[in-house]
Design a protein around this ligand. Structure first.
Ligand code: HEC
Ligand code: HEC
Ligand code: HEC
Ligand code: HEC
Ligand code: HEC
Length: 161
């Protein structure tokens, strides 16, 4: 390969390492705008209802507290308004998701002082979210090792009955 293709190759490589993993979302929602610039609390849009496993996503109607008057001329906000009116949840594409055979609870991790950033990166600085922290089995294990939490198989996987 001649050297003149090198810059092109490097570009392609860096694109696949940085930024390529953010899934396309149904609306151009930005955490940098909402959680960064506006400093809205994470829990405003991600409440953690009992029993506390999941963080959940707010319904479009809650977004309309602001968007019934902000950016109403935007086609994206008009789609948001239509979803709110019909009571349809938006089909957000999941970024972090683990298989159901793994036991995981947000609440018990937050109660032990683990932070959103440790597991999800600097969300409030991102326009689009990509999976930037490894939360597969090795990722869970690394933090458990560092923080002296259990590494027993049955801690994260229910024993077969
Ligand atoms: C506290 C007020 C507030 C809430 C709540 C809020 N937003 Fe926003 N949103 C804003 C502001 C302010 C902007 C930036 C407007 C601008 O660029 O001038 C914005 C921008 C946006 C944009 C970009 C629109 C465009 O075309 O530029 C989208 C999409 C959006 N918000 C979606 C949402 C969704 C979805 C929710 C609920 C999960 C939500 N917003 C909740 C205030 C809010
Ligand atoms: C105004 C509402 C709003 C606020 C405030 C907000 N989020 Fe979100 N969040 C969303 C929406 C909408 C999505 C789905 C679209 C996306 O992934 O960007 C989302 C997605 C996520 C996801 C991806 C979850 C998955 O597995 O798909 C994480 C992680 C997350 N938010 C963390 C945070 C953290 C941490 C904060 C506070 C620093 C925060 N969010 C503040 C609305 C919000
Ligand atoms: C110890 C690691 C860890 C911490 C701390 C953590 N998360 Fe998560 N988060 C995860 C994992 C793992 C998933 C995927 C869970 C699943 O698929 O069942 C997830 C999923 C999510 C989702 C998608 C909905 C759900 O619950 O599956 C949102 C939204 C989210 N996290 C927001 C937050 C916010 C906001 C904080 C801080 C208040 C936070 N997370 C703290 C690991 C963490
Ligand atoms: C940022 C560090 C961190 C990460 C990442 C992390 N954990 Fe933990 N986890 C902890 C700590 C700390 C505890 C509390 C240990 C104690 O003091 O009891 C804990 C406790 C637990 C518990 C016992 C409490 C409960 O909920 O029943 C389970 C199960 C668990 N983690 C599963 C997971 C799984 C599955 C993942 C990956 C998807 C994961 N953890 C990722 C730090 C982490
Ligand atoms: C701290 C939490 C945690 C502990 C401890 C843990 N696992 Fe896992 N395990 C996970 C998570 C998260 C996944 C799903 C993500 C993945 O496949 O990496 C998983 C996936 C698996 C899978 C499926 C792999 C696949 O490719 O689908 C097997 C099998 C497994 N674990 C066995 C074990 C055994 C055996 C132990 C004990 C040596 C163990 N796990 C301990 C969190 C844990």
């Amino acid at each position: 390969m001649s050297l003149r293709f090198l810059p092109l190759l490097l570009c392609a490589l860096s694109a696949s390492v940085w930024g390529a993993d953010a899934p396309a979302q149904p609306l151009p929602f930005s955490h940098k705008v909402h959680a960064g610039t506006m400093k809205l609390a994470c829990k405003m849009c991600h409440p953690n209802p009992d029993p506390g496993e999941t963080m959940t996503f707010v319904a479009p109607a809650k977004c309309m507290d602001c968007h019934s008057s902000i950016k109403t001329e935007s086609p994206a906000i008009q789609r948001l308004a239509a979803a709110a009116k019909s009571g349809t949840p938006l089909p957000w594409v999941r970024v972090y998701a683990i298989p159901t055979f793994v036991d995981f609870s947000h609440r018990s991790h937050l109660e032990k002082g683990n932070t959103c950033q440790e597991c999800h990166g600097p969300v409030a600085e991102r326009d689009q979210l990509a999976k930037e922290v490894d939360l597969n089995m090795a990722g869970c294990m690394n933090c458990h090792r560092t923080k002296k939490a259990s590494l027993e198989c049955s801690y994260c996987h229910e024993q077969p009955k």
